[in-house]
Design a protein around this ligand. Structure first.
Ligand code: ADP
Ligand code: MG
Length: 444
C-alpha cells in the first residue's frame, strides 16, 4: 500500500517534470513547415509567453499578451498567425490577410526579418513598409500581392490614403510593442487604421507592460480577449548586474573610454538623453579610435540601418543611442549597456537595461550618475523597490555641486582622471516591473 502510494507520487512528479521540461513547439499544435523553420532558428523549446499565447491564437481567440522584452513575443504571435493563414489558404491574387503594426522603423524591419525566417517553408509572402525611405519600391512590392504586411502607422495610413493598400481582407491584426505605441502618441493613428479593417478579424495585442492605458486600448478593439502574462523570469533578470557610478558630468566621457578600454569591451550600447549628446559622444569615441556610431531619430533610415548592422556584425564597437533603441531592438547577447545619462522616466531605465543579459546570458548595466541625476537614480530605486550602492572611481571622484542647468547642458571642462576602480559593489536583479504610469508623448 505504502509502496503504491510512493509509486503514485513519484509518477505524478515525473509527469509534472515532463510537462515543465519538455513542452515543445510541436505540442503547441504548429504545422510541420513552421516547426522546421523554428528548429532552423535553433529554438529548442517555446518561451513561457509562446507556450501560453500560441495555442489560444491557433484556436482563433483575441489575445492580449504581456511579457518582458526579449522573451520571444514576435514568434508568439507570428507562428500561430502563419499556421492559421497557411492552413486556411485562399485562391486567387494575394490579399493582405495579416497586418502587424509596430512603433518604429527598426522594429518593423526586425519583425519582418522574423516573419520571413519563420515562413521560409510556407508559400506565404510578406513585406515591410515604413517612412523615411522612398515609397516606390514598397508600392511595387505591394502591387505584386502579399499576404502579411508589417508597417509603421504613418506610412501605412499614407499608402492607404493613396489607394495603394486595401485592408478590407485582413484576418489578423497585430499591435506589437503596444505600450511603446502609446508612449509615442500613436493612439489616433491606431484608431484610424482600425477603421479600415473589416469587422470580423482576429486581434492580437502584445506589450512589454500591462498598464491601465493598454487595457483601455485592448477594450476598444479586441473581442472577448484572453489575457496572458509571463512574469519576468528571475533567472534572466538576476543575471543583469546593475552598477551605479557617481561621477561628475565633465568626466563621463573619460570614464566611459576607460571602462571600454580597460575592460576590452567589444560590443557596448550606450544611452544618452539627447540626439545631440549621442552624436557628440560618438564623435569623441571615434577620435579615440573606438569605432562607434550614433543611432537616433534625426539620422536617415539608411544611416540607422547601417549603424545597427555594423553593430551586430562587430565592425562597430559602440552604438550610442537615444531611447529609440531602448525597446524592441533585438541585439542578441549584448554584454554591456551603459547609461551615459540616466533617463528621467524610470521605466525607460528598465527598458534600457533589458538590452543586456538576454536569453539567459549574463550582462552588465552601468549607469554614470552626476550630481543632477541622483534624483533620477532615487526614482529608479523606487520603481525597482531596491537600493543601489554608488561606486566611485579613483581619479574620478565627484566634486560638483548641484547645478541650475540640466546635466546635459553642462560643459566638459573638468580634468581627466586615470585611476583604478576603488570599490565595486555590483548588485543583481531588480528588473521587475511595477505599473506603467509614467507615460510620455515623445517622438524620437
Ligand atoms: P520580444 O519581442 O519579447 O522583446 P523577440 O521576439 O524580439 O522578443 O525575441 C528575442 C530573441 O529571442 C530573438 O533573438 C529571438 O530569435 C529569440 N527567441 C524567440 N523565441 C525563442 C525560443 N523559443 N527559443 C530561443 N530563442 C528564442
Ligand atoms: Mg518585440
Amino acid at each position: 500500500m505504502i509502496g503504491f502510494y510512493f509509486l503514485r507520487q513519484f509518477s505524478i512528479i515525473l509527469v509534472a517534470f515532463h510537462l515543465i521540461q519538455f513542452m515543445t513547439f510541436k505540442d503547441l499544435g504548429l504545422s510541420a513547415p513552421i516547426l522546421k523553420a523554428v528548429s532552423k532558428q535553433g529554438y529548442e523549446s517555446p518561451s513561457v509567453i509562446q507556450e501560453k499565447a500560441i495555442p489560444l491564437i491557433i484556436k482563433g481567440k483575441d489575445v492580449l499578451a504581456s511579457a518582458q522584452t526579449g522573451t520571444g513575443k514576435t514568434a508568439g504571435f507570428t507562428l500561430p498567425m502563419l499556421h492559421n493563414l497557411s492552413e486556411n489558404k485562399k485562391e486567387g491574387k494575394r490579399k493582405i490577410r495579416g497586418l502587424i503594426l509596430t512603433p518604429t522603423r527598426e522594429l518593423a524591419a526586425q519583425v519582418y526579418d522574423n516573419v520571413k525566417s519563420y515562413s521560409e517553408y510556407l508559400t506565404i509572402k510578406s513585406t515591410v513598409i515604413f517612412g523615411g525611405v522612398n515609397q516606390n519600391p514598397q508600392v511595387k512590392t505591394l502591387r505584386g500581392g502579399i499576404d502579411i504586411l508589417i508597417a509603421t502607422p504613418g506610412r501605412l495610413l499614407d499608402l492607404c490614403g493613396q489607394g495603394e493598400i486595401n485592408l478590407s481582407k485582413v484576418e489578423f491584426f497585430v499591435l506589437d510593442e503596444a505600450d511603446r505605441m502609446l508612449d509615442m502618441g500613436f493612439v489616433h493613428d491606431i484608431k484610424r487604421v482600425i477603421k479600415l479593417l473589416p469587422n470580423r478579424r482576429q486581434n492580437l495585442l502584445f506589450s512589454a507592460t500591462f498598464s491601465k492605458e493598454i487595457k483601455q486600448l485592448a477594450n476598444q478593439f479586441l473581442t472577448n480577449p484572453v489575457a496572458v502574462e509571463a512574469a519576468p523570469e528571475n533567472s534572466t533578470a538576476e543575471k543583469i548586474v546593475q552598477r551605479m557610478i557617481r561621477v561628475d558630468n565633465g568626466l563621463k566621457t573619460a570614464l566611459v573610454i576607460k571602462l571600454i578600454t580597460d575592460g576590452n569591451w567589444q560590443q557596448v550600447l550606450i544611452f544618452t538623453r539627447t540626439k545631440w549628446g549621442a552624436n557628440k559622444l560618438s564623435e569623441k569615441l571615434s577620435k579615440r579610435k573606438i569605432s562607434s556610431a550614433a543611432i537616433h531619430g534625426n539620422k536617415s533610415q539608411n544611416a540607422r540601418t547601417k549603424a545597427l548592422a555594423g553593430f551586430k556584425d562587430g565592425s562597430i564597437r559602440v552604438l550610442v543611442a537615444t531611447d529609440i533603441a531602448a525597446r524592441g531592438l533585438d541585439i542578441p547577447l549584448l554584454p554591456h549597456v551603459v547609461n551615459y545619462e540616466l533617463p528621467n522616466i524610470s521605466e525607460d531605465y528598465v527598458h534600457r537595461i533589458g538590452r543586456t543579459g538576454r536569453a539567459g546570458e549574463s550582462g552588465e548595466a552601468i549607469s554614470l550618475v552626476c550630481i543632477d541625476e541622483v534624483g533620477y537614480a532615487k526614482d529608479i530605486e523606487k520603481l525597482l523597490g531596491e537600493k543601489f550602492d554608488f561606486e566611485i572611481f579613483e581619479g574620478f571622484e565627484p566634486v560638483d555641486k548641484p547645478s541650475e542647468k540640466k546635466p546635459h547642458q553642462q560643459r566638459n571642462n573638468r580634468r581627466r582622471g586615470t585611476g583604478k576602480k576603488k570599490f565595486s559593489n555590483p548588485k543583481g536583479g531588480g528588473n521587475n516591473r511595477k505599473g506603467g504610469n509614467s507615460r510620455s508623448k515623445k517622438r524620437y
